[in-house]
Design a protein around this ligand. Structure first.
Ligand code: AHR
Length: 499
C-alpha cells in the first residue's frame, strides 16, 4: 500500500475560516430561481411560492451567503424591473442566456427567501449595460431607511425596513467577451472605482468585490488584475476569481489534478493583490472572493438545443457523478488551504443549474456534490492549520500531482478535523500524522464518501446511490494518527479531546 504523511504543528496556524467561504450562488438562469427556489402553486411551496423542500436541503448545506442575481444575467439586468407589483413587472429578453425573464421573482422576494433559508445576500450590480446611477440607486433602495426617492419606493413596495445588504459585487466577469457591456481592464477599473465610491457614500458600511479574471486561462489574466486593482484599490475590499473544471476526455486522474490549477490561480492573484498594495503604498490587504467555482461540462451539448426565448428552460443541468464529488472535495480543500486570503467563495450554483440540489415538480434530491459540500461546510470551521502533505505523486499535464489532498482544522471546542481525498483510482493510501501535541484526543467521527463506480449518479429515480458512510478505521495510538484512505475516496475524520 502507498504511504503518505501529514505534518502539522498546533502553533502554526494559517488563519481562521471566514464562514463566507461556504457561500453559494443563485442566478436568474434556467430553473435555478423558477422551479428551483420559487414555484408558486406547487404543493411543495409555501404561501409565498418558496419551495419548502428545497429550503430544507439548503439549510442542511449551511450556506452563509448567496450571490444574486448573476452571473452573466446581471450584465443586462434592470433591477427596477424586478420590484413593485408583480402584474406591472415587464417580461424582458435576457441576452446572456437567450431566454425571457418574467421578473416575477426579484430583489424583495430574494431577500425574503434569504431569511427563510438562513443566509445573507451578496448582491451584484450591473456594470455591463448600466453604471454608477443604477448602482447607487439600488444601494439607496436596499439600505436607506426612508425619506428619499428609492428608499420610499421600497416602502411603497411593502418593505418597511431596509435590507441592509452588506456585500456587493461590482458587475460580473467584465473581462469576458461574452459579457454584455464587456470592457477593457482600464474601462472597468475606472467604472468600478467610481461606482464603488458612490455606493460607499450612500452606505459606508458595505464591502465591495471587484471582478478579477473569469478563469485562469483568460488571455488577459494577470494584467487584468493589475490594471483593474490599480484603478479601484481604494474603494474595493475583494477581488474575484471564477473557475470551472470538466472531464470531457474522460481522463479522471487529469481531471482530479485540476485542483493544482486552482491552487496556482489563488497564489498568483494573491501575489498581484500584494503587488498593487506595494505600488500604492497601501495600508489594506485585498482579499479574494472565489465567487464562482464548480465542475461544469456535462450539460454543454444539451444546452445547444434549447429553443431561444423560452422561459426557465432546463439549462446548465449537469447531472453530477461520483468523481465530480471528489473534485468538489478537492477544490474545497484547496480553498481552505488558502483561508488566510480567500475570505469568500460561492459554489456555483445552488439549485438545478450546475447545482448540488435538483428539483422536479414533485421532489428535490441531493446530487453527489451535495455531500462533500455539506460535510466541509458544517465541519470545516475554526482555524486552518498549516498542513504539510508528503504524498506519492502521479504524472499529469500539470506535472507531478499528489495522490493525497488534505487539510487539518482546529476548532474552538478542542476538535481537530481532517479532510482528505485519495485520488489514486487503484490503490488505498495509508496516511499518518504525528499528533503528540494533542494529548488526550481520540477519534470521534469518521465519514467516508466512496463509490466503486466513478460515474455513479444520484437521480430522482435513484437518489441515494452515492452517499457518505460512517467508518471506524482511523486510529490515534501513542501520539501517532493513522488512517487508510480507500482508493478514490474522500474522508472526514474528527478527533476530540476527551474530558
Ligand atoms: O454560473 C454560470 C455562469 O458562469 C455565470 O453566469 C457566469 O458568471 C459564468 O461564466
Amino acid at each position: 500500500m502507498k504511504k503518505a504523511q501529514i505534518t502539522i504543528d498546533k502553533y502554526f496556524l494559517l488563519g481562521k475560516v471566514d464562514d463566507r467561504l461556504y457561500g453559494s450562488f443563485v442566478e436568474h438562469l434556467g430553473r435555478c430561481v423558477y422551479e428551483g427556489i420559487y414555484q408558486p402553486g406547487s404543493p411543495l411551496a409555501d404561501e409565498n411560492g418558496l419551495r419548502k423542500d428545497v429550503a430544507a436541503l439548503i439549510r442542511q448545506l449551511n450556506v452563509p451567503i448567496v450571490r444574486y442575481p448573476g452571473g452573466n444575467f446581471v450584465s443586462g439586468f434592470r433591477w427596477e424591473d424586478s420590484v413593485g407589483p408583480k402584474a406591472e413587472r415587464p417580461a424582458k429578453l435576457d441576452l446572456a442566456w437567450k431566454v425571457v425573464e418574467s421578473n416575477q421573482f426579484g430583489l424583495n422576494e430574494f431577500m425574503a427567501w434569504t431569511k427563510e433559508v438562513g443566509t445573507q445576500p451578496m448582491m451584484a450590480v450591473n456594470l455591463g449595460t448600466r453604471g454608477i446611477e443604477a448602482a447607487k440607486n439600488i444601494v439607496e433602495y436596499s439600505n436607506i431607511k426612508g425619506g428619499s426617492y428609492y428608499s420610499d419606493l421600497r416602502q411603497k413596495h411593502g418593505v418597511k425596513d431596509p435590507h441592509n445588504i452588506k456585500l456587493w459585487c461590482l458587475g460580473n466577469e467584465m473581462d469576458g467577451f461574452w459579457q454584455e457591456g464587456h470592457k477593457t481592464a482600464m474601462e472597468y477599473g475606472r467604472l468600478a472605482q467610481e461606482a464603488g465610491k458612490a455606493m460607499k457614500k450612500i452606505d459606508p458600511t458595505i464591502e465591495l468585490v471587484a471582478c478579477g479574471s473569469s478563469a485562469l486561462n483568460m488571455p488577459t489574466f494577470g494584467t487584468w488584475e493589475d490594471t483593474v486593482l490599480s484603478q479601484c484599490y481604494d474603494e474595493v475590499d475583494y477581488l474575484s476569481l471564477h473557475q470551472y473544471y470538466g472531464n470531457p476526455n474522460d481522463d479522471t486522474p487529469e481531471f482530479l489534478a485540476n485542483s493544482l490549477g486552482m491552487d496556482q490561480f489563488i497564489s498568483q492573484v494573491v501575489a498581484i493583490c500584494d503587488f498593487v498594495k506595494a505600488k500604492k503604498r497601501g495600508k489594506k490587504d485585498i482579499h479574494l472572493s472565489f465567487d464562482e467555482w464548480n465542475v461544469w461540462y456535462h450539460s454543454h451539448e444539451q444546452d445547444t438545443k434549447i429553443e431561444p426565448w423560452s422561459q426557465h428552460p432546463h439549462q446548465l443541468e449537469d447531472v453530477y457523478n461520483f468523481e465530480d464529488a471528489l473534485m468538489v472535495a478537492s477544490m474545497m480543500i484547496t480553498l481552505l488551504r488558502h483561508a488566510d486570503r480567500v475570505k469568500i467563495a460561492c459554489l456555483a450554483q445552488l439549485v438545478n443549474v450546475i447545482a448540488p440540489i435538483m428539483t422536479s415538480d414533485t421532489a428535490a434530491w441531493k446530487q453527489t456534490i451535495f455531500y462533500p459540500f455539506e460535510m466541509i461546510s458544517n465541519h470545516g470551521r475554526g482555524e486552518v492549520l498549516q498542513t504539510l502533505v508528503q504524498s506519492p505523486t502521479y504524472e499529469c499535464s500539470r506535472g507531478d500531482a499528489p495522490y493525497l489532498d488534505a487539510v487539518v482544522l482546529a476548532n474552538d471546542d478542542e476538535t481537530l478535523t481532517i479532510f482528505a481525498v485519495n485520488k489514486d483510482l487503484a490503490e488505498d493510501l495509508e496516511v499518518s500524522c504525528d499528533l503528540r501535541q494533542y494529548e488526550g484526543y481520540q477519534v470521534v467521527e469518521q465519514v467516508v464518501l466512496h463509490h466503486p463506480d466513478l460515474k455513479a449518479e444520484n437521480t430522482e429515480a435513484e437518489p441515494l446511490k452515492v452517499v457518505p458512510q460512517k467508518a471506524h478505521t482511523a486510529r490515534l495510538e501513542n501520539g501517532r494518527f493513522t488512517v487508510v484512505l480507500g482508493q478514490q475516496s474522500f474522508q472526514m475524520i474528527q478527533l476530540q479531546k476527551q474530558k
